[in-house]
Design a protein around this ligand. Structure first.
Ligand code: ADP
Length: 368
């Protein structure tokens, strides 16, 4: 199925952006030239990938971020359209996909304690949502939960003792929830920064205890937004004539919109060597691959316009079920390393992104 990517503002298509991490010290000294593998053309939103000495292929993305792109620009290009959708009542998902060490956590989860310019998508999204909360015409309540998914087990990053939480799917509405997860009502940005820090500390502690790398788990921040139109503000701006008031206000029922935003820092996409002798590692590889493979299958099915999306195969895709595809808005940022040495992983990441470019969601105004 061929797809025309020209409509940049089509909210019905999954946004896919690519970001390359700046070189680290070692890469600066020893590495073969990155341009032997990849050529970035941010002004035309293209990336050229060398296949071999004679062939290269050019791929179109929604945004192409070089290693000098700021966190602010990345937020605006990747996340803002989804956050705006969430404020208008659509569910949304923002995901980072790529090899370990290519900047997923930096892009998505960076707290930026010492330098606000370094703040990542989670912090900036909350800031945007909370700013909206103080508007005169609506009151917004913001609640979050923060989970880690590791080997098909959901752990609560805000309450480490809850380490095997189950997912609930409403048979009628299809709404996905995680009833056992800790939910924190967020008052302001400082409060969110504290909560996020607690989550990060717990994630680190849990992974140390299990003797694993955080790169092998998915971190999932869920933001529940409830937006109620403010009666007084509405009366103040509209005619005071009783006839002009919406019926619902006469009954004292405020207009409420509920939506949720998932921000996901995915496990590293690199293949984990399954041939090791360590049984734990083999089990782990199987499970990590299960969630990511299953995500890949769903993306392929959505891209092909298939009527069956195999979301039940893994916990990750079950969690994403009502926030990916359908009426939800989705943005994927793929991250790549700035070295020709990561040839296989970089190529596979770019192909993953290209398949996601083909997904067309059906955006309908959500029933209120
Ligand atoms: P991943 O989550 O994909 O494993 P990280 O986000 O941990 O990768 O990034 C690996 C390292 O590179 C970290 O030290 C991180 O701070 C740094 N890094 C990644 N992206 C950037 C960037 N755009 N600017 C500066 N440093 C970055």
């Amino acid at each position: 199925q061929s797809k025309d990517f020209d409509d940049d503002n089509d909210p019905g298509r999954v946004r896919v952006s690519v970001r390359v991490r700046p070189r680290n010290g070692e890469e600066l000294i020893s590495d073969a030239d990155f341009s032997d593998l990849v050529e970035l053309q941010p002004e035309i939103k293209r990336l050229k990938l060398k296949k071999n000495n004679w062939n290269s292929e050019s791929y179109r993305f929604d945004e192409v971020f070089t290693d000098t792109a700021s966190q602010k620009r990345v937020y605006e290009g990747v996340a803002k359209p989804v956050v705006e959708g969430v404020l208008n009542g659509y569910n949304g998902t923002i995901m980072a996909y790529g090899q370990t060490g290519t900047g997923k956590t930096y892009t998505v989860g960076k707290i930026g304690k010492d330098d606000a310019a370094e703040r990542g998508i989670m912090v900036r999204a909350l800031e945007d949502i909370l700013v909206n909360a103080s508007s005169a015409s609506a009151s917004v309540s913001v609640e979050i939960s923060y989970l880690q998914l590791y080997m098909e087990t959901i752990q609560d990053l805000l309450a480490p003792e809850k380490n095997n939480i189950s997912i609930n799917e409403d048979a009628k509405t299809g709404e996905v929830s995680v009833p056992g997860a800790t939910v924190v009502h967020i008052q302001d940005l400082d409060h969110f920064l504290q909560v996020l820090q607690v989550g990060e500390t717990n994630r680190h502690a849990a992974n140390t205890k299990m003797n694993t790398e955080s790169s092998r788990s998915h971190a999932i921040l869920t933001v529940h937004v409830r937006r109620a139109m403010n009666e007084k503000a509405e009366m103040g701006t509209k005619s005071r004539d009783k006839e002009a008031k919406p019926e619902s206000m006469d009954k004292g029922i405020p207009k409420v919109r509920k939506s949720k935003l998932l921000i996901v820092d995915l496990a590293g996409s690199e293949r984990i060597n399954k041939s090791g002798t360590d049984g734990h590692l083999i089990e782990e590889a199987k499970f990590i691959n299960l969630s990511l493979t299953s995500l890949g299958k769903c993306i392929n099915a959505l891209a092909e316009g298939s009527s069956h999306i195999p979301t039940r195969d893994s916990k990750l895709t079950r969690l994403l079920r009502d926030s990916f595809g359908g009426s939800a808005r989705t943005s994927l940022i793929i991250t790549i390393g700035p070295s020709a040495r990561y040839h296989a992983e970089t190529t596979s990441t770019i192909m993953f992104g290209q398949r996601a470019m083909k997904i067309v969601n059906m955006v309908k105004l959500k029933e209120e």
